[in-house]
Each structure stands twice: as structure tokens, then as C-alpha cells.
Ligand binder design. Sequence first.
Ligand code: PEP
Ligand code: MG
Length: 747
Amino acid sequence: MPERSESESRKLLRRLRDVLSVPGKGQDRLDSITHLIADSMGTEVCSIYLFRDPETLELCATEGLNPAAVHQTRMKLGEGLVGRVARSGQPVNTADAPSEKGFRFMPETGEEIFSSFLGVPIQRIGEKLGVLVVQSKDKRGFSDDEIYAVEVVAMVLAEMTELGAFIGDDGAMKALHKQPVLFRGGTGQEGAAEGRVWLHEPRVVVTNPVADDPLTEIERIRAAVGELRVSITDLLEAEQLDKEQRQVLEAYRMFAQSRGWLRRMEEDIMRGLSAEAAVEKEQSAARARLEQVPDAYLRDRLHDLDDLSNRLLRILTGQGADTGAEMPDNPVLVARNIGPAELLEYGRRLRGVVLEEGSVGSHAAIVARALTIPLVIHAGRITSEALNGDAILVDGDQGIVHLRPEETVARAFRDKIAMQAEAQKRYASLRGLPATAKCGTTISLLMNAGLMADLPSLEGSGAEGVGLFRTELQFLIRNKMPKRAELAALYARVMDAAKGRRVAFRTLDIGSDKVLPYMKPNDEPNPAMGWRAIRVGLDKPGVLRMQVQALLRAAAGRPLTVMFPFVAEPGEFSEARAHVLREVHREKSLGHRVPERLEIGVMCETPSLAYAPQSFFDLTDFVSIGGNDLKQFFFAADRENERVRKRYDTLNLSFLAFLEHIVARCAASGTPLSFCGEDAGRPIEALALAAIGLRHLSMRPASIGPVKALIRRVDLTEARAAIDRARDEGAESARPALMDWLAAQPA
Ligand code: PEP
Ligand code: MG
């Protein structure tokens, strides 16, 4: 890097800072900046384009283009060369702009006479703010040094934008982090919540993007990187790291040791940036790359680099994870992603959770569901936009988040929450009443659980028992395999809390999306159909046996119900059952008490089981339909894949016919049958299930009220007739017919 350009860019930055340090109107400042940059770069044109909304850029200041175009010329993201820079987050440098792909002629700016074009993004850690452009008449490409200098200036502009330097009542720019923003994501857990943003990792605020003394800054960055390296080594040496944590830390160490990373930051500092701004510049570049990388592994590594930059910024600014900010009374957690244990630590204090990543089946989603906290996943870049304390509305039903909402939106939202609360009150009044339909049939409503935190809902919801206790959750929230005694104590507490009500403990369903942090992950091409659940249990029976022992000890003579997940063949069931009976025998021979009544059942989650021989139905004590898995295999539609997840209706008449077949098989052998997939908690679906003969439905506790209210309103024989009519008419789904029929029922 030539010494001349170093001092040039430093000089430029100093002039820039001087301009910005004088109080002034936003527009005046922007005008002086474009003038100053064009002057320093020796170009005829310098323009600043800023985002008006996430899709539209506006020319906000220019030196050299027609001044009348300011605040008039606009372009869409991706449109023209400026839009291309904004979309890609990468500079565009060309000596012959009109011949570039995507060039857009804008007569109002007089642009056609400028041949050379250099545009760089104005962005701050992945947050796109605008584009800085220099242009000149002569056909010249800008040198690497010149690009570099303009990038450094753009970085400072981004910091200044963040600090509100261009906001004025003159309309130069709207204030950042002040406007309402809508995020459309996906549903992780239904429910609505209003609250204030609580960032899991608060944004680090950099107040000094420009520094006068590069040598001091270089010393600072070297010291900070040194501290970072030591802290990573310390973490790596700590005991009790699981393999995945160790791998992430190794990747951190590799980046932290990378000479290229430190060298690039030192070069930025030599150009005039402060140590903090240099870290952010690298981080922004990594984020821009992140968006372009389709490969999941590489994306993970770039995420690691992102995390590392945050750590480095915290060291430099002294702004630890604990910024001293106080958690609001009604916190809505906003994070890129979060682990199940961390989420559990926040617990029920949270009103809602909004994640940039996550998936319906992620561990965090499972915990949010258990805690009944509304969760929205895939919420764009909300961590770049939200600030601690911002007002936020979470609509878990629609997967929508309103950040800093307009009052009218907030009011409509509050009405919705009030209506839901009103409905909850109505449901509470039904708590002690049975779910008896008008035809006299009673449906027993049970709840699904998996954490101790779920158990208080047993009283409140009016559930008759726990139809599905997902034991893997206890395994998922730990960082090492729980011991038998720990599990026994926990299961005993669950049974105590159930006060004699039946709890169906499902043995471990790991594999597929549920990967234990301390178990070697298996690289399987299709984990949902891979080595999971009872397949793992039978191939490596140590854990299954340990779990059964814990259950037997917990029961200490009380009745016990156990069921196996994902059984595809009767042989798997009888083998698993034999393990349980062997453990009972062993416990007895050790002089321990064994359950006074033991039920051993099975989940029907694969279509094959529905066609098992009669002897299987005679052997099993009960069958519980795991509709989530059963439906995904029936329709060959991945329940984790947002694209196909909702493609097939549960009320599709082929699926209902298949469920009826299972009802008939169980009825023929007198085998009790229940349904414990998510559909059991959706009122219309629950109604259809009851209509076709299911008598036990297990669901999220919050669904019990709405399902009960609906069942009590209707005659199930009539509902059944509506379904049959739809079938006779050749419909694909029973939903329209059922809805029409329901609409005609008295409220
Ligand atoms: C199911 O598959 O329907 C079920 C209840 O099990 P899980 O959702 O835990 O796979
Ligand atoms: Mg399942």
C-alpha cells in the first residue's frame, strides 16, 4: 500500500470528521461530504444514495450530477449499477459504465457523460444503508488503493449514519432504528405477544470510527486480538466440552490466529479507521459474503467469523454481553439463533421469541412450544434492525413481527390479544367439564409434555393426563448424558406432579432433527428416515435399558406407561418390549418395587405399522398415532421443509381414510388408540379426528380449551356425515364441507 494513498485517505477521513463534528442539518452535511470526497478523489462526481425503504434507494446528495435530481432519482434494489452494488454488498468498478451489464441511463442526472464508475456499499455489519459512488469523465478504472479508500470512507459514513449524523428535519434521511418495520417469517409456536425487544446479544455501539493515531490503534487491535486468542485457548482447555463445541472453538481459534484477518484490519487502521471500525469493516465484508454462499458448511464458518468479530468488538469497547441494560418487564427475545438450554434459562419471563434462523423442529422451537411462548422463526435481519427496548409485536400464528409498530397496528394487535384472552377465560370456565359432544360421545383430552416446566399446565388446562411425554427433551437440553439416578428423580417428579393421572412416557426419540450435543452426529443423507428413535434404541440398547430402569425406579410401584417411537415392524416392538420386561424382571430380582400396572404401547408413525398382522395389535397395550411423522411419510412431505410442509391437508380424504383404517384395526382387537401429533390441538382437525372415531387426543395444553369448546358444540355423527358427503362428492379434502357444516351450527 503506497504511503501517499495512506495519508490521503487519512487526510480525507480527518476532513470528513471535521465536517461531521460541526452541528448542522443532515442535508448540509451530506452535501459537504460529497463535495469533499469528489475533491479528494479528483473525480467530477460523488453521490450518496441511501435506502428509503428496504427495496428503494434514493439519491440523497451529489457533487457533479444535476442537483435537481437529489431526492427525485430513485431505483430499486438490484436496478442499475447502484442497485447492483446495494444488492451484492460488493463494489463495482468500471472504466466504461454504459457498457456494463445492468447499466441504467438516468437522463435527469446527466449521467451519460461519465464513463468511469466506482460504487461501494455503505453497510454496517450486514445492514445495508446505501451506496457511495464516484464517477469521472475519463475512461479510467479506479486502482485498488482508490477502491480501498472509498470503502473506508463508506464505512465511516455507515457508522455516522448509525449514530444519526444525517438525520434532520429537512428530510435528508429518516432516522435509523426508528421506523416501523414488518418482518415476515414462519410460525415456530403460535400465540400473540406484545413487548419490548431484549437482544440476546446486544449490538456494540462504535462511537469513534475515525482515529488520528494509527499506531495506537494498531497496538489496541493487537492487544485485543491477543486477549481474544488467550480467551479461546482457555475455553478450549476447559473440561466438559462436547465435540461440537470443540469444533466451533477450533474454528474460532483458526480465524483468530489468521494473519490475513489481522493484516486486513491493520491496513484499514492505516487508512484512518479506528480499531473498532476496522473490525466492523471486516465483519461487514464477511456478512456480505455470507449472503452469497449457498453452502451450509461455509455459511457456518462465516457465522463463526461473525461471532468472533463480536467478541473482539466487546473486548475493544469494553461493552460486555452485560451492557448494564435492564431487561424490560415484558421482554421479547430477539436473536439470530438460541440453544434450548439458554432459552430455558430465560424461561417463562419471555413474552415472545423472534429468531433470524431456527426451524419448526429445532430444539429452541421445542422448548418455546413447551413454555408456550410465541415464536417466530426466519425473521429476516431483525438483529441488525432491532434495538433493546424497541416496541415489538409478535404474531406467532401468522409468523409476522411488527417492530416499532404504528399505533394503529398496535391497537389492532391489542384487540386480537384481548380477544384471545377473552376466549381463554371462556375456556377456563370449561376446565372441569368433559369434552362431551351433543351426540353424547366423550373425547378424552390429554396434554403433550417434555419438560418439568410443562407440568403446571396439567392442572390449569384441565388435561386428563399426559398422552405424550417426549423424554428426549431432557437429553437435548443438557450437555452431557444424564445419569440414571438423575432421570429417575426427574421422572418421579413428573409422576408426582401428575397426581395419579396417566403419563405416557415415550422412550428416546433421537436422531433425525433431534441430535444430542454429546452424541456423535451421523452424517445421513436423510435423517428423518434414518437411524433414529427405536432403531437407535435397539441397535445400542444400553441407553434404552438405562432409561427403562430410571422409569421403573421413578414409578416405585406406581402404574407406569411406556411407549416406543417410530416402530415400523412388529418385530421391533416385540424386541423393545422384551427389553422392558427383562428390566422389570431384573429390578424384581434386585428387590426393587415394580409397577403395579405396566402398559407397553407403541407410536404409529410409519404407514407400515397400520398393516401389521393381527398378532401385533393383540400384543401392544395401546397405539398412539404420531400424526406429525405419519403425515410426513404418508404424503412424502418433509415436516421440516417450509416449502412442502403445509402442502397437504390433514383433512385430505385419503389421509382420513388411512386413519380410519387404523381406527378399525385397533377396534377389531380392542386396542386403545390415541392421537398425539400437533393436529390433535387444532380444533377443526381435532373435530375430524373425533368424527372418524378417535377417542383420545393429546395436544399442547393451550389447545385443550379451544378443542373442548368446539367438541361440546357439535354432534360428531353429523360431522362424520359431512366428511362422508365430501368423499361421496369426490372432494380432495373434507375441510370445505366440514367448515360449511360447522358454519351452520348454533354458536
Ligand atoms: C409425531 O410424530 O406426531 C410425534 C408426536 O412425535 P414428534 O413430533 O416428537 O416426532
Ligand atoms: Mg414423531
